[in-house]
Structures are given as C-alpha cells and as structure tokens.
Design a binder for this molecule. Structure first.
Ligand SMILES: [Zn+2]
Ligand SMILES: [Zn+2]
Length: 231
C-alpha cells in the first residue's frame, strides 16, 4: 500500500467516541493516524484518552507504534493527550509537538523525550503544517493542515476550543481551497464557514453535529474508528 498509492496523504481514524468499524475499539477522545506519502512518514495527531485502545486500533491498521515518527498533540486535555504515555513507552524516538504554552507540563511528564513547543504556524513534515497555537492563557490548541500537491487543504481538528473559524481562516492563508475538515468542532455554529468545503467530517466533541449533518447532507461524512481517507 505504501508504495503504490498516488495520493499524498492517508488519514486513518484511530480514536473517536461515535462509532467504530468491526474489530476496532471506541473510546472518548480523538486521534488520527496519518501516512504522508510525500515523506513516507507515519504521524499521529492526538492520542485519544487511553493508550491500550489507541494501540489496538493502530495495529488493526497494520501499523506498528515503532513506525510512527512524530506525534502532534492538539491540546493538553486527557482525551487528546492521554494515550501518549503508552505510545512513548513503546517508541522513545518519536518527536512530540505541543502548543508552546503547554510545553512545561509535557517536559515534566516526558523529561527524556524530544518535545517541541509550537507557537506560530510551522511545517512539521513535508506539506503538513501545525496551525500554530490559538486560544487564551487558560487553553491553547493547534490544528493540523495537510496541503496536497494540488493545493487542496485538509484541516484536522482536535476539539477546536478556540473556535473552528480561527483554524479555517488560518488555513486559508496557505491554500485557497479547503477540501476537508475532520475532527472535533466543539461549539462551532457559524455554519457559513463550511460553505464550499467538500468533506465535512465532524465527530468527537461537535455539539451541533446534527444540525451540521442536516445542513451539509451532501458533504457530511460519518466518521468512524477504522475509516480511512485518501487525499
Ligand atoms: Zn478539549
Ligand atoms: Zn476533546
């Protein structure tokens, strides 16, 4: 599979709390395993709440934790950062990217690890960007932007506590075509921001998920653990 797909990215859902495909496990939280075909790298965005559930789902996709090179943590809530402990126990070589304002607590928890605090938007891997940290001094969060060679942008959001709008606006600074938004939308309600987006994959903590599904019935995708998407 790694050698013969022509897409740039594969996104595999490895943690969510809405539904799961047979053989996969659900849990409270969110995580997406990304294969970047441009750099031939496996990356993990968020880690769900529980490491055993996360690792089961990663392995079910025939990926080993030891193959993952980088982990991006959207924000320091247990349902996004909880599984990191077990991932790190297996793979000490992973590089961990966290919002800069949370870096002290991660360094304390993982004193030997390579931890990088992110403040501004940065390319973490080939064509794969952190949005930079958004939010207040109480809670900061980063989203992930995957930019394909066709200039399509895929946004992956953890919880979107600072507002999904902020991440969409930031994404528009590097691509004029946002193709997909996947992950937790939290309290997002200014639905006009989703107009023109082909793939609306709201899950996890999205409070208005039913309204979003109704309003964007053509674009809406039910996201389940065990699903994967090529871009
Ligand atoms: Zn949260
Ligand atoms: Zn959450």
């Amino acid at each position: 599979m790694k050698s013969d797909f022509s897409n740039n990215f594969e996104i595999k859902i490895v943690y969510d709390d809405i539904c799961a495909q047979p053989g996969f496990l659900m849990g409270f939280g969110f995580s997406a395993l990304i294969y970047n075909n441009l750099s031939k790298t496996h990356l993990l965005f968020d880690t769900g709440g529980k490491g055993d559930i996360l690792i089961h789902n990663i392995n079910k996709f025939n990926v080993k934790v030891s193959e993952i090179k980088k982990v991006i943590i959207s924000h320091n809530h247990y349902d996004h950062a909880g599984g990191l402990k077990e991932i790190y126990q297996i793979n000490h070589d992973i590089k961990i990217y966290v919002p800069l304002r949370d870096i002290k607590s991660f360094i304390k928890a993982y004193p030997e690890a390579q931890v990088q605090g992110i403040s501004e938007m940065i390319e973490v891997d080939k064509n794969l960007f952190s949005s930079g940290q958004f939010g207040s001094r109480f809670l900061t969060e980063q989203s992930l932007f995957l930019k394909t060679e066709k200039n399509d942008l895929i946004i992956i959001s953890g919880c979107a506590h600072p507002g999904l709008e902020a991440f969409i606006l930031k994404g528009q600074t590097i691509s004029n075509k946002i193709k997909a938004v996947i992950g937790g939308f939290h309290g997002f309600r200014d639905f006009s921001f989703l107009e023109g987006i082909e793939f609306v994959g709201a899950c996890h903590c999205t409070q208005k998920i039913r309204e979003i599904k109704q309003r964007f019935s053509e674009q809406f995708k039910d996201i389940c653990v065990g699903d994967s998407y090529l871009f």
